[in-house]
Design a protein around this ligand. Structure first.
Ligand SMILES: [Zn+2]
Length: 197
């Protein structure tokens, strides 16, 4: 199975933003300009040999934290540990990949809502059939593409996207303004999920 690359660190909590269309690639330069204009990101820095971005002035306006007093680590790597909030891009892969962490949940049928507990088989079939695969629900007998299943924000299919590091599952959601700006920049509707590894 092709999975998201594993970090060297034992715990990682991320929010992944990506185009709904799993085949869409992003223009990295224009996405970065958009994120800078929005104040989501600031200066770049080197993180494990890759270019990542410090949170910008408006990070807490673009990411809406849902708890009453969230513990948010903003700042320098090394000062606030590995789970500090910052941003990086997922460069466009040649093909869509299935991304999930240990917080994966059985997807639900979009028609009848029944959990599809055989999801690992579905993923294998999707991968072996070169991604040309429709799933038929055993409960309601309706067909869906694999990305139309309701993965409950615990997995995604993508070639490229944005990683917001240091966000725990369900802790924060992207603002409407951020999602609208990403759509305006890329011409694609965007969605998100949480990845814990
Ligand atoms: Zn169904």
């Amino acid at each position: 199975m092709q999975l998201a690359p594993q970090s060297r660190h034992p715990i990682m909590n991320q929010l992944i933003l990506h185009p709904r269309n799993m085949h869409a690639a992003i223009n990295e330069a224009s996405i970065l300009d958009t994120l800078r204009d929005l104040g989501l990101i600031d200066q770049s820095f080197d993180y494990q040999g890759k270019t990542h971005y410090q949170p910008g002035d408006a990070f807490l306006e673009r990411m809406i934290f849902l708890g009453c007093s969230p513990v948010i680590a903003l700042g320098e790597p090394g000062l606030t540990g590995e789970d500090f909030c910052h941003v990086s891009l997922i460069p466009s892969a040649a093909e869509p990949r299935f991304w999930h962490g240990k917080n994966i949940k059985a997807p639900r049928c979009p028609h009848c809502r029944k959990p599809q507990t055989d999801w690992q088989t579905l993923i294998t079939q999707w991968q072996t059939r070169q991604h040309d695969y429709r799933h038929r629900c055993a409960e309601c007998d309706k067909e869906t593409t694999i990305d139309e299943l309701k993965w409950r924000q615990s997995a995604g299919f993508l070639r490229s996207g944005i990683i917001v590091w240091g966000i725990y599952e369900g802790e924060a959601v992207p603002s409407e303004g951020l999602m609208d700006a990403l759509q305006a920049c890329s011409g694609e509707k965007w969605t998100y999920f949480y990845l814990q590894s």
